[in-house]
Write a protein that binds this ligand. Structure first.
Ligand SMILES: [Zn+2]
Length: 74
C-alpha cells in the first residue's frame, strides 16, 4: 500500500531559511508563509525553489513504514 504527498520548498527572501509545505497549500492556494526565524511574511509561490512527491509505504493498517520521494512531478 502507498500514499502520496506533493511538497514544495520555498526560501525566505529576508534571511534565507527554507520551508517545506504541502504543495496544495503553498502553490495551489498561493498562501503566504511567515518565517519562523525572522518574521518576514512572503509568497510561497514567488519564492518557490523546488518540489517533490513524497511516497509513504504503508502496512495493512495504514501505518507508515517507510518514506521516499519521486523527484519529477508534473
Ligand atoms: Zn526569514
Amino acid at each position: 500500500m502507498e500514499a502520496f504527498l506533493e511538497v514544495s520548498v520555498s526560501r525566505c527572501p529576508s534571511c534565507g531559511n527554507y520551508y517545506a509545505e504541502a504543495a496544495w497549500y503553498a502553490l495551489v492556494l498561493e498562501s503566504d508563509l511567515e518565517c519562523g526565524k525572522c518574521g518576514e511574511v512572503f509568497s510561497a509561490t514567488e519564492h518557490f525553489t523546488d518540489r517533490a512527491l513524497l511516497r509513504f509505504k504503508l502496512d495493512k493498517k495504514g501505518g507508515i513504514e517507510e518514506v521516499d520521494f519521486v523527484k519529477d512531478v508534473s
